[in-house]
Write a protein that binds this ligand. Sequence first.
Ligand code: SF4
Length: 353
Amino acid sequence: MGTQRILSGMRPTGKLHLGHYTGALENWVEQQNLLLDTGERAYETCFLIADYHNLTTSLETVDIYNHSLDMLIDWLAAGIDPEKSPVFRQSQVKEHAELFLLFAMLITSARLERNPTLKEQVRDLNMESLTYGHLGYPVLQSADILLYKANVVPVGEDQIPHVEITREIARKFNNQYAHPVKGEVFAEPAPKITKFSRLVGLDGKAKMSKSLGNTIFLSDNPDDVLKKMRTAVTDTLKVRKNDPGHPEVCTVFSYHAKFSSPEQLDTIANDCRAGTLGCVDCKKLCAANISQELAPILEKRRHYEARLDEVKEILAEGEIKAKQIANATMQEVREAMQLGEIKRVTCREKPSC
Ligand code: SF4
Protein backbone atom coordinates (compact mmCIF):
# COMPACT_ATOMS: atom_id res chain seq x y z
CA MET A 1 0.00 0.00 0.00
CA GLY A 2 1.04 3.58 -0.54
CA THR A 3 2.47 5.44 2.37
CA GLN A 4 0.10 8.36 2.16
CA ARG A 5 -3.48 8.25 3.31
CA ILE A 6 -6.30 10.39 2.00
CA LEU A 7 -9.63 10.87 3.70
CA SER A 8 -12.38 12.63 1.76
CA GLY A 9 -16.05 12.91 2.49
CA MET A 10 -19.40 14.30 1.45
CA ARG A 11 -22.54 15.19 3.30
CA PRO A 12 -25.32 12.71 2.51
CA THR A 13 -27.67 14.78 0.39
CA GLY A 14 -29.07 11.87 -1.63
CA LYS A 15 -28.53 11.34 -5.33
CA LEU A 16 -25.47 13.09 -6.67
CA HIS A 17 -25.36 15.42 -9.66
CA LEU A 18 -22.79 16.27 -12.29
CA GLY A 19 -21.35 18.99 -10.06
CA HIS A 20 -20.47 16.41 -7.41
CA TYR A 21 -19.03 14.17 -10.11
CA THR A 22 -16.69 16.70 -11.72
CA GLY A 23 -16.05 18.55 -8.47
CA ALA A 24 -15.00 15.57 -6.36
CA LEU A 25 -16.04 12.04 -7.22
CA GLU A 26 -14.08 11.78 -10.46
CA ASN A 27 -11.01 12.92 -8.57
CA TRP A 28 -11.57 10.41 -5.74
CA VAL A 29 -11.66 7.53 -8.22
CA GLU A 30 -8.46 8.79 -9.82
CA GLN A 31 -6.68 8.99 -6.44
CA GLN A 32 -7.97 5.56 -5.47
CA ASN A 33 -6.57 3.98 -8.64
CA LEU A 34 -3.33 5.95 -8.97
CA LEU A 35 -0.27 3.69 -9.02
CA LEU A 36 3.37 4.48 -8.32
CA ASP A 37 6.14 3.29 -10.67
CA THR A 38 6.64 0.40 -8.26
CA GLY A 39 3.08 -0.78 -8.93
CA GLU A 40 1.97 0.14 -5.40
CA ARG A 41 -1.00 2.39 -4.88
CA ALA A 42 0.01 6.03 -4.47
CA TYR A 43 -2.62 6.57 -1.78
CA GLU A 44 -4.67 4.65 0.72
CA THR A 45 -8.12 6.15 0.36
CA CYS A 46 -11.02 6.25 2.82
CA PHE A 47 -14.36 7.85 2.03
CA LEU A 48 -16.61 9.28 4.69
CA ILE A 49 -20.36 9.84 4.62
CA ALA A 50 -20.37 12.96 6.76
CA ASP A 51 -23.81 12.65 8.32
CA TYR A 52 -22.93 14.58 11.50
CA HIS A 53 -21.89 17.46 9.26
CA ASN A 54 -25.41 17.55 7.80
CA LEU A 55 -26.64 18.62 11.22
CA THR A 56 -24.25 21.54 11.54
CA THR A 57 -26.31 23.65 9.14
CA SER A 58 -29.72 22.00 9.31
CA LEU A 59 -31.67 20.02 11.86
CA GLU A 60 -33.71 18.34 9.13
CA THR A 61 -33.04 14.69 9.81
CA VAL A 62 -35.51 13.35 7.28
CA ASP A 63 -34.04 10.47 5.36
CA ILE A 64 -30.37 10.92 6.28
CA TYR A 65 -30.07 7.13 6.20
CA ASN A 66 -31.66 6.70 2.78
CA HIS A 67 -29.78 9.70 1.46
CA SER A 68 -26.59 8.04 2.65
CA LEU A 69 -27.43 4.84 0.78
CA ASP A 70 -28.39 6.76 -2.35
CA MET A 71 -25.14 8.69 -2.27
CA LEU A 72 -23.15 5.53 -1.66
CA ILE A 73 -24.77 3.90 -4.69
CA ASP A 74 -23.56 6.84 -6.79
CA TRP A 75 -20.04 6.50 -5.34
CA LEU A 76 -19.94 2.80 -6.19
CA ALA A 77 -21.45 3.37 -9.62
CA ALA A 78 -18.84 6.03 -10.39
CA GLY A 79 -15.98 3.68 -9.54
CA ILE A 80 -15.32 3.77 -5.79
CA ASP A 81 -14.11 0.26 -5.02
CA PRO A 82 -14.87 -0.76 -1.42
CA GLU A 83 -12.08 -3.36 -1.54
CA LYS A 84 -9.59 -0.51 -1.98
CA SER A 85 -11.41 2.26 -0.16
CA PRO A 86 -13.45 1.70 3.02
CA VAL A 87 -16.70 3.67 2.92
CA PHE A 88 -18.41 4.50 6.18
CA ARG A 89 -20.79 6.79 8.03
CA GLN A 90 -19.32 9.24 10.49
CA SER A 91 -22.13 8.66 13.01
CA GLN A 92 -21.43 4.92 13.15
CA VAL A 93 -17.82 5.39 14.24
CA LYS A 94 -18.34 7.00 17.63
CA GLU A 95 -14.68 7.97 17.92
CA HIS A 96 -15.42 10.92 15.61
CA ALA A 97 -17.56 12.45 18.35
CA GLU A 98 -15.02 11.67 21.07
CA LEU A 99 -12.08 13.15 19.21
CA PHE A 100 -14.17 16.20 18.26
CA LEU A 101 -14.88 16.79 21.96
CA LEU A 102 -11.23 16.48 22.93
CA PHE A 103 -10.04 18.67 20.05
CA ALA A 104 -12.60 21.30 21.07
CA MET A 105 -10.40 21.92 24.15
CA LEU A 106 -7.44 22.77 21.96
CA ILE A 107 -8.80 25.69 19.95
CA THR A 108 -10.37 28.99 20.95
CA SER A 109 -13.79 30.15 19.81
CA ALA A 110 -12.14 33.38 18.58
CA ARG A 111 -9.99 31.33 16.19
CA LEU A 112 -13.07 29.55 14.83
CA GLU A 113 -14.98 32.80 14.45
CA ARG A 114 -12.19 34.03 12.14
CA ASN A 115 -12.77 31.09 9.75
CA PRO A 116 -13.55 32.79 6.40
CA THR A 117 -15.60 29.83 5.10
CA LEU A 118 -17.90 30.08 8.09
CA LYS A 119 -18.60 33.74 7.34
CA GLU A 120 -19.48 32.83 3.74
CA GLN A 121 -21.82 30.06 4.88
CA VAL A 122 -23.63 32.32 7.32
CA ARG A 123 -24.09 34.86 4.53
CA ASP A 124 -25.13 32.32 1.85
CA LEU A 125 -27.56 30.47 4.10
CA ASN A 126 -29.01 33.72 5.49
CA MET A 127 -28.38 32.51 9.02
CA GLU A 128 -29.23 34.86 11.86
CA SER A 129 -27.36 32.96 14.51
CA LEU A 130 -24.86 30.19 14.73
CA THR A 131 -25.01 26.98 16.72
CA TYR A 132 -22.06 25.81 18.76
CA GLY A 133 -21.86 22.76 16.47
CA HIS A 134 -21.74 24.89 13.32
CA LEU A 135 -19.01 27.10 14.75
CA GLY A 136 -17.08 23.93 15.56
CA TYR A 137 -17.46 22.14 12.24
CA PRO A 138 -13.78 22.66 11.26
CA VAL A 139 -12.92 20.95 14.57
CA LEU A 140 -15.13 18.01 13.58
CA GLN A 141 -13.39 17.97 10.21
CA SER A 142 -10.05 17.93 11.99
CA ALA A 143 -11.23 14.94 14.01
CA ASP A 144 -12.40 13.22 10.80
CA ILE A 145 -8.99 13.65 9.18
CA LEU A 146 -6.73 12.96 12.15
CA LEU A 147 -8.73 9.99 13.42
CA TYR A 148 -7.51 8.11 10.36
CA LYS A 149 -4.10 9.81 10.44
CA ALA A 150 -4.70 11.02 6.91
CA ASN A 151 -1.58 12.87 5.83
CA VAL A 152 -2.86 14.32 2.57
CA VAL A 153 -6.01 16.40 2.23
CA PRO A 154 -7.12 17.13 -1.34
CA VAL A 155 -8.64 20.61 -1.34
CA GLY A 156 -9.61 23.48 -3.58
CA GLU A 157 -7.96 26.84 -2.83
CA ASP A 158 -11.00 27.96 -0.82
CA GLN A 159 -10.70 25.08 1.65
CA ILE A 160 -7.10 25.72 2.68
CA PRO A 161 -8.22 27.55 5.88
CA HIS A 162 -9.80 24.30 7.11
CA VAL A 163 -6.65 22.30 6.60
CA GLU A 164 -4.77 25.03 8.46
CA ILE A 165 -7.09 24.58 11.46
CA THR A 166 -6.46 20.81 11.33
CA ARG A 167 -2.70 21.42 11.25
CA GLU A 168 -2.95 23.84 14.18
CA ILE A 169 -4.90 21.32 16.24
CA ALA A 170 -2.43 18.52 15.44
CA ARG A 171 0.46 20.83 16.41
CA LYS A 172 -1.19 21.90 19.64
CA PHE A 173 -1.96 18.30 20.56
CA ASN A 174 1.59 17.19 19.86
CA ASN A 175 3.09 20.11 21.79
CA GLN A 176 0.89 19.36 24.75
CA TYR A 177 0.84 15.59 24.79
CA ALA A 178 3.84 14.14 22.90
CA HIS A 179 4.88 10.91 24.59
CA PRO A 180 8.45 10.87 25.98
CA VAL A 181 9.18 7.59 24.23
CA LYS A 182 6.58 7.09 21.53
CA GLY A 183 6.69 10.70 20.39
CA GLU A 184 3.91 12.57 18.63
CA VAL A 185 0.50 11.07 17.97
CA PHE A 186 -0.40 13.07 14.86
CA ALA A 187 1.44 14.10 11.73
CA GLU A 188 0.30 17.46 10.38
CA PRO A 189 -1.64 16.68 7.20
CA ALA A 190 -0.57 18.52 4.07
CA PRO A 191 -3.09 20.17 1.76
CA LYS A 192 -2.89 18.89 -1.80
CA ILE A 193 -4.21 21.61 -4.02
CA THR A 194 -6.42 19.84 -6.48
CA LYS A 195 -7.96 21.41 -9.53
CA PHE A 196 -11.60 20.58 -9.04
CA SER A 197 -13.68 21.13 -12.11
CA ARG A 198 -16.76 22.98 -10.89
CA LEU A 199 -19.86 23.10 -13.09
CA VAL A 200 -22.33 25.95 -13.18
CA GLY A 201 -25.99 25.02 -12.90
CA LEU A 202 -28.33 24.81 -15.90
CA ASP A 203 -29.52 28.31 -15.02
CA GLY A 204 -25.98 29.57 -15.58
CA LYS A 205 -26.12 31.67 -12.41
CA ALA A 206 -24.64 29.50 -9.72
CA LYS A 207 -23.02 26.16 -9.11
CA MET A 208 -25.13 23.05 -9.54
CA SER A 209 -27.27 22.61 -6.49
CA LYS A 210 -30.20 20.35 -5.75
CA SER A 211 -31.97 23.09 -3.81
CA LEU A 212 -31.75 25.43 -6.82
CA GLY A 213 -33.18 22.78 -9.16
CA ASN A 214 -30.47 23.41 -11.75
CA THR A 215 -28.86 19.98 -11.82
CA ILE A 216 -28.37 16.92 -13.98
CA PHE A 217 -28.20 13.84 -11.75
CA LEU A 218 -25.81 10.96 -12.34
CA SER A 219 -28.94 8.81 -12.28
CA ASP A 220 -30.73 10.76 -15.05
CA ASN A 221 -31.45 8.70 -18.16
CA PRO A 222 -30.76 10.13 -21.65
CA ASP A 223 -34.34 11.45 -21.98
CA ASP A 224 -34.06 13.28 -18.63
CA VAL A 225 -30.69 14.72 -19.62
CA LEU A 226 -32.02 16.00 -22.94
CA LYS A 227 -35.13 17.46 -21.31
CA LYS A 228 -33.03 19.31 -18.74
CA MET A 229 -30.48 20.42 -21.32
CA ARG A 230 -33.25 22.13 -23.28
CA THR A 231 -33.74 24.46 -20.32
CA ALA A 232 -30.05 25.42 -20.10
CA VAL A 233 -29.17 29.08 -20.47
CA THR A 234 -27.13 29.96 -23.57
CA ASP A 235 -25.69 33.16 -25.02
CA THR A 236 -28.67 35.53 -24.71
CA LEU A 237 -27.48 37.51 -27.76
CA LYS A 238 -27.86 34.47 -30.01
CA VAL A 239 -31.60 34.55 -30.57
CA ARG A 240 -31.89 32.87 -33.99
CA LYS A 241 -29.95 29.88 -35.26
CA ASN A 242 -27.96 32.01 -37.70
CA ASP A 243 -26.97 34.70 -35.18
CA PRO A 244 -23.27 34.53 -34.35
CA GLY A 245 -22.82 33.35 -30.75
CA HIS A 246 -20.28 33.70 -27.95
CA PRO A 247 -19.47 30.25 -26.58
CA GLU A 248 -17.31 31.73 -23.82
CA VAL A 249 -20.45 33.06 -22.06
CA CYS A 250 -22.63 30.01 -22.72
CA THR A 251 -23.50 27.47 -20.02
CA VAL A 252 -23.95 24.68 -22.58
CA PHE A 253 -20.50 25.32 -23.96
CA SER A 254 -19.02 25.03 -20.46
CA TYR A 255 -20.51 21.51 -20.33
CA HIS A 256 -19.10 20.74 -23.78
CA ALA A 257 -15.68 21.74 -22.42
CA LYS A 258 -16.02 18.93 -19.90
CA PHE A 259 -17.87 16.24 -21.80
CA SER A 260 -17.03 16.69 -25.52
CA SER A 261 -13.80 15.79 -27.30
CA PRO A 262 -11.25 18.56 -28.05
CA GLU A 263 -12.03 18.25 -31.78
CA GLN A 264 -15.77 18.58 -31.17
CA LEU A 265 -15.11 21.54 -28.90
CA ASP A 266 -13.21 23.44 -31.61
CA THR A 267 -15.89 22.74 -34.20
CA ILE A 268 -18.68 23.80 -31.82
CA ALA A 269 -16.91 27.05 -30.91
CA ASN A 270 -16.20 27.91 -34.57
CA ASP A 271 -19.68 27.00 -35.80
CA CYS A 272 -21.34 28.87 -32.93
CA ARG A 273 -19.32 32.01 -33.68
CA ALA A 274 -19.99 31.69 -37.42
CA GLY A 275 -23.73 31.30 -36.85
CA THR A 276 -23.84 27.91 -38.56
CA LEU A 277 -24.75 25.98 -35.41
CA GLY A 278 -28.04 26.54 -33.62
CA CYS A 279 -28.52 26.14 -29.90
CA VAL A 280 -31.09 23.35 -30.29
CA ASP A 281 -28.65 21.09 -32.17
CA CYS A 282 -25.79 22.13 -29.90
CA LYS A 283 -27.78 21.14 -26.81
CA LYS A 284 -28.72 17.79 -28.36
CA LEU A 285 -25.05 17.02 -28.95
CA CYS A 286 -24.14 18.10 -25.43
CA ALA A 287 -26.89 15.95 -23.90
CA ALA A 288 -25.75 12.96 -25.99
CA ASN A 289 -22.14 13.36 -24.83
CA ILE A 290 -23.14 13.66 -21.18
CA SER A 291 -25.38 10.60 -21.45
CA GLN A 292 -22.55 8.67 -23.06
CA GLU A 293 -20.31 9.45 -20.08
CA LEU A 294 -23.07 8.59 -17.65
CA ALA A 295 -24.06 5.31 -19.38
CA PRO A 296 -21.67 3.00 -17.46
CA ILE A 297 -22.49 4.83 -14.19
CA LEU A 298 -26.20 4.40 -14.83
CA GLU A 299 -25.75 0.71 -15.55
CA LYS A 300 -23.81 0.12 -12.33
CA ARG A 301 -26.32 2.20 -10.42
CA ARG A 302 -29.13 -0.07 -11.58
CA HIS A 303 -27.07 -3.06 -10.44
CA TYR A 304 -26.75 -1.68 -6.90
CA GLU A 305 -30.31 -0.32 -6.75
CA ALA A 306 -31.51 -3.85 -7.33
CA ARG A 307 -29.17 -5.18 -4.62
CA LEU A 308 -29.64 -2.88 -1.64
CA ASP A 309 -28.55 -5.62 0.76
CA GLU A 310 -25.19 -5.72 -1.01
CA VAL A 311 -24.85 -1.95 -0.55
CA LYS A 312 -25.66 -2.22 3.15
CA GLU A 313 -23.11 -5.01 3.49
CA ILE A 314 -20.44 -2.86 1.82
CA LEU A 315 -21.23 -0.07 4.27
CA ALA A 316 -21.12 -2.42 7.26
CA GLU A 317 -17.74 -3.80 6.19
CA GLY A 318 -16.37 -0.30 5.63
CA GLU A 319 -17.52 0.69 9.09
CA ILE A 320 -15.76 -2.29 10.67
CA LYS A 321 -12.49 -1.30 8.96
CA ALA A 322 -12.94 2.36 9.90
CA LYS A 323 -13.63 1.46 13.53
CA GLN A 324 -10.42 -0.57 13.73
CA ILE A 325 -8.33 2.41 12.62
CA ALA A 326 -10.32 4.86 14.74
CA ASN A 327 -10.06 2.67 17.80
CA ALA A 328 -6.29 2.38 17.53
CA THR A 329 -5.92 6.16 17.19
CA MET A 330 -8.18 6.84 20.16
CA GLN A 331 -6.19 4.48 22.34
CA GLU A 332 -3.10 6.54 21.59
CA VAL A 333 -5.01 9.76 22.22
CA ARG A 334 -6.48 8.60 25.53
CA GLU A 335 -3.11 7.37 26.64
CA ALA A 336 -1.42 10.62 25.66
CA MET A 337 -4.08 12.66 27.49
CA GLN A 338 -3.99 10.33 30.48
CA LEU A 339 -7.65 9.43 30.16
CA GLY A 340 -8.09 5.99 31.64
CA GLU A 341 -5.51 3.60 32.99
CA ILE A 342 -2.01 4.64 31.99
CA LYS A 343 1.14 2.59 31.81
CA ARG A 344 3.81 4.71 33.49
CA VAL A 345 6.99 5.28 31.53
CA THR A 346 9.98 4.34 33.65
CA CYS A 347 13.16 6.36 33.67
CA ARG A 348 14.93 3.51 31.93
CA GLU A 349 12.52 3.76 28.97
CA LYS A 350 13.23 7.46 28.51
CA PRO A 351 16.06 8.10 26.06
CA SER A 352 17.09 11.19 28.08
CA CYS A 353 17.65 9.21 31.33
S1 SF4 B 1 -24.62 27.28 -30.32
FE1 SF4 B 1 -24.01 26.09 -28.53
S2 SF4 B 1 -22.25 27.19 -27.70
FE2 SF4 B 1 -23.30 28.57 -29.11
S3 SF4 B 1 -24.66 29.78 -27.79
FE3 SF4 B 1 -25.83 28.05 -28.62
S4 SF4 B 1 -25.68 26.48 -27.09
FE4 SF4 B 1 -24.08 27.95 -26.68
